[in-house]
Design a protein around this ligand. Structure first.
Ligand code: SF4
Ligand code: SF4
Length: 275
């Protein structure tokens, strides 16, 4: 049991955080608690700390909305967490869709589907084009375009207010990831994940790899949702500096030789290593 808890320590901590956060939103809405109100795009914590998701706000701006001082302050708070502290950690520690896509990936591994069913291999950079597309559509139609269809918002609203037809988009992502493309949604398409990657590139928390401990089992390649970022693993000790790392720590958990760890890496050191 203790082996299991240790092996999945980050996984369990992430799921607990995701479920606790969703539960807090749910209960706060049900009982009118001021601990947190709003949604994952725009919240107020303890009645006075604003949190505004930068990509959603940028879409609103392109749609012609006036951005209030509260929202700007909320963006600064979120930029601090994403840009300076943890990078793309929202994806693996907060986003409810991550539970769906990691489940699909785990089933793919169990059924050994990963190499057989990359039916539609396409570039991971498509997500960055979708950022531009969402902003153009927001401008043209005067509405926050991605927010209208975002499965993240659908999942969050569904858990708090009930799903209705919202289940369909999550089931579609699950089936797409399971049968068509490993981490198809989160690793290729989702513009929010791409946007957070851009703003979190030089965040302080990084995973680092010690090549002297690496036994080349390649287990990390099986579980990493952004597997291309491991290209130097086993070849040299380095910071996993790629902006796409979601800080899920699966590489740390599956590596029997302890070749990965979480580190605080200063901007100066990242630039020196050519990150
Ligand atoms: S890539 Fe998008 S859907 Fe996936 S975990 Fe990140 S924000 Fe959520
Ligand atoms: S490098 Fe490690 S922490 Fe980063 S995404 Fe891959 S498995 Fe997760």
């Amino acid at each position: 049991m203790s082996d299991f808890l240790f092996r999945y320590r980050y996984y369990l901590a992430r799921r607990t955080t995701q479920i606790l956060l969703l539960g807090t939103y749910f209960l706060a809405n049900l009982y009118g608690w001021s601990i947190v109100s709003g949604n994952l795009s725009s919240s107020v914590v303890f009645g006075f700390i604003p949190l505004s998701e930068p990509f959603a706000t940028l879409q609103m701006f392109f749609a012609g909305a006036v951005i209030s001082a509260d929202i700007l302050l909320g963006i600064l708070v979120v930029l601090f967490f994403y840009g300076i502290i943890g990078g793309r950690f929202f994806c693996s520690w907060v986003c409810p869709v991550n539970i769906v896509t990691e489940t699909a990936a785990a089933i793919r591994r169990k059924l050994k589907l990963q190499d057989k069913t990359n039916a539609l291999p396409f570039s991971r950079n498509i997500r960055y084009w979708f950022i531009a597309l969402a902003l153009i559509l927001s401008f043209v139609f005067s509405l926050a375009a991605f927010e209208m269809i975002s499965p993240i918002g659908i999942a969050h609203r569904g858990i708090i207010f009930g799903f209705g037809f919202g289940w369909f988009s999550l089931v579609a992502i699950f089936l797409f990831d399971l049968f068509s493309q490993k981490y198809g949604w989160c690793g290729h398409i989702c513009p929010l994940g791409g946007f957070n990657a851009l703003i979190g590139k030089y965040s302080l928390i990084k995973v680092t790899h010690d090549a002297t401990k690496c036994v080349h089992s390649l287990k990390c390649f099986l579980v990493c949702p952004e597997v291309e970022i491991l290209e130097l693993v086993g070849k040299k000790s380095h910071i996993i500096s790629a902006k796409e790392c979601i800080k899920c720590a699966r590489c740390i958990e599956v590596c029997d030789s302890g070749a990965f760890k979480v580190s605080i890496v200063t901007l100066a050191k990242q630039l020196k290593e050519g990150a």
